[in-house]
Design a protein. Sequence first.
Length: 392
Amino acid sequence: MASKFERFASAGKGNGLRATHDIHAGELLYTAEPLAYCVSNTCAKYFCHSCFSRRETLLRCSQCKVARYCDVTCQKQAWSDHKRECKCLRSLHPRIPTDSVRLAARIIFRLLSPSQTSPGLCSLEEHESHLCDMREERREGLSQLSSMLQLYIQQEVPNIMQELPAVDPLSLLAKLTCNCFTVSDGELQEIGVGLYPSMSLLNHDCRPSCVMLFEGETLHLRAARDMRPAEELTISYIGSLAPTRDRQTQLEEQYHFTCQCQRCTTADMDPMMLCGEEEAWTPLREAIPRLENLQTHGDWEELLQECSSLLAPMGGAVPAVPDGNVYRLRVTDLALDACINLAQWDRALAYGTITLEPYRLTTRRRLFTFHFLMEQRDRRRAPRERKKKSTK
């Protein structure tokens, strides 16, 4: 694939990527394999740890009891990455390290096998750690993860500073918080994390010119709109469905910069996202962290119950929150995910229908889920229809 972009020094942003030719919306610009990747702990039982396919039944590694695979072929393909990891997982059993610790360990194992690495557009050494920009509380959290990382890999790498002098565990973990990517499935549901060094050159914009899609662990960078030569290629580091204040806060805390893109400076979408009375939508905003925690732990019954209660008409003097309000939409989204996981297809379809118009204005994410729900509902109804016909 002939490259249509180049690396350049982006004013005020450090390095970046820019177009060298005309680029058309939807065009595939780059395909990248990760330096290292892993399935998220929350998805570890449901997705193949090699190809990221979702399967009803997966073969479990007989040694560590953690890694799961579609079949023997996937298990063999994963062995070069899993061999050292397997021993480390056994040493901590039944504890399982966090996603970031597991990913950092896989990167260390990959760096110990130089023949498996390739330079690309950007090397790991060029990545910024931003340790000096972090709050003390965040640095302390990373320090604890660094201790866990060294304990985790001790069986395979007893002295990391001796074997890899250029790799400091704390700095590596800090780099991952700023530079790794969430790997998603065909419905854009988060299933893993990976480090794609060359793609870390892409700078952020709240109205990005490019999007990342995944097939298994393979990353595909596509143009979200037409671009002219010299125009910068950008992605969104965070979810776009958030008002300016929330986006700015997340970008400053995780990526250590203040976004000055057009959407942030004009705040033109905030009136739509924050529609309704603040008194009415504040309880929704405050409930979201708790609801997302239930989602992370797979407590679907409780999640659906709480979401349903929050979305129910309040009555009295408190006005209803419009469906387009960003916090109501997020709670509806969580209720939808709970219904999908509980196989309550009709109810899921009802929630999905509510989200269609607001998502159409901001992102195409729920269009995938809507078609999936229609398919599931029709599939469930088909046996009923056949049964009715057979009894006539």
